[in-house]
Write a protein that binds this ligand. Structure first.
Ligand code: FMN
Length: 328
């Protein structure tokens, strides 16, 4: 069986499949259940300095096969309350990555210190939530602010720091470079893609907040493109996120440059059992591909093609169309 173990910026994981922030990770018990079901680790929901109630309902809208639209508004109990949940997840054996959000480098650093005391194995900085005023992508789309925030957190704690980057920008790789300059140990990409759905009968947006963030199958190609570009821009490891729901999806991210992946929206149907299913399928698929270690194939799709490759396009090119049919 292929070896799925991963070293993520110094953190050993039994496999590369992590629970994404904000989905299923509300309580310690739910994080522990993801780990028991086969996840390699879990990311907490994003925690702030003080409790926040978030936006009014509706905050989440399923969009059929496209995925989910959400604008939760970063509801969370605050850093003084949340460590009890981390204790429960850790008691279940899960390596826990603590996700935090704040508005300034100083607030990020103070929050990071407090989160580091809870026994998390790493921090993930939410620089990318697309719908929270004063937080997330509102600050995270400015590379100078990203660099300053990351530097301030890296200077404050003795843990690996993952910077979670927004896709809602012209240059996600530039944001990743800024995070790397600030000392980030890894990049997480991507958070949700800014999106909207309208209720035609009511003639207003479906979500109470109006704009939201899209997750699920529709954003996989966007996440892959970001990971691809970031892989070519930085030296630090990348955690791929966005629309992953199968071993094949995870492999695409691996080949694009991801050392680990996070899974969120896809859990909405099968629940956390999906982690075990994907881990098993991943081993079998790597075996079939002749790859004995997941880590050995990180970024493999960036290799130059071995030579003139046979076209796999379903559309015949001009020269093939010109070939007379039936001639040897
Ligand atoms: C309901 C919901 C809540 C989320 N909350 C957070 C959050 O608190 N912090 C964060 O960094 N990302 C949050 N995300 C983004 C996810 O972690 C992930 O980046 C995104 O959903 C793409 O992955 P997916 O397609 O597998 O869901 C949330 C996503 C959803 C759907």
């Amino acid at each position: 069986m292929a070896d799925l173990t991963v070293d993520l910026a110094g953190v050993p994981l039994r496999n590369p499949l992590l629970l994404a922030s904000g989905i299923w990770g509300e309580t310690g018990a739910s994080m522990a259940s993801a780990y028991a079901a086969g996840a390699g680790g879990v990311v907490t929901k994003s925690i702030g300095t003080a409790p926040r109630t978030g936006y009014a309902n509706p905050t989440v809208e399923p969009l059929g096969p496209v995925g989910f639209l959400n604008a939760m508004g970063l509801p969370n109990p605050g850093i003084e309350e949340y460590p009890a949940e981390i204790d429960v997840a850790r008691a279940g054996g899960a390596p826990v990555i603590g996700s935090i959000f704040a508005a300034t480098p100083r607030e990020f650093a103070a929050l990071a210190r407090r989160m580091a005391e809870t026994g998390v194995v790493a921090l993930e900085l939410n620089l990318s939530c697309p719908h929270a005023r004063g937080f997330g992508s509102e600050i995270g789309r400015d590379p100078r602010r990203v660099e300053r925030i990351v530097r301030s957190v890296v200077g404050a704690v003795d843990l690996p720091v993952l910077a979670k980057i927004t896709p809602n920008t012209a240059d996600p790789a530039g944001l990743a470079r800024a995070a790397e300059r600030g000392g980030a140990h890894a990049i997480s990409a991507i958070n949700t893609v800014r999106a909207l759905a309208i209720d035609v009968d009511l003639a207003r947006p479906i979500l109470a907040h109006g704009l939201g963030g899209l997750s699920g199958p529709a954003i996989k190609p966007v996440g892959l493109a970001c990971v691809w570009q970031i892989y070519e821009a930085v030296q630090i490891p990348i955690v791929g996120i966005g629309g992953i729901g199968s071993a094949e999806d995870a492999l695409e991210y691996l080949l694009a440059g991801a050392r680990a992946v996070q899974i969120g929206t896809a859990l909405s149907g099968p629940g956390v059992a999906l982690f075990g299913t994907i881990a098993r399928e991943l081993s079998a698929r790597l075996d079939a591909l002749g790859i004995d270690r997941w880590e050995a194939a990180v970024g493999r799709a960036h290799r130059p093609a071995p030579g003139p490759s046979a076209a796999r396009s379903p559309f015949p090119g001009p020269s093939r169309m010109a070939e007379p049919r039936g001639t040897p």
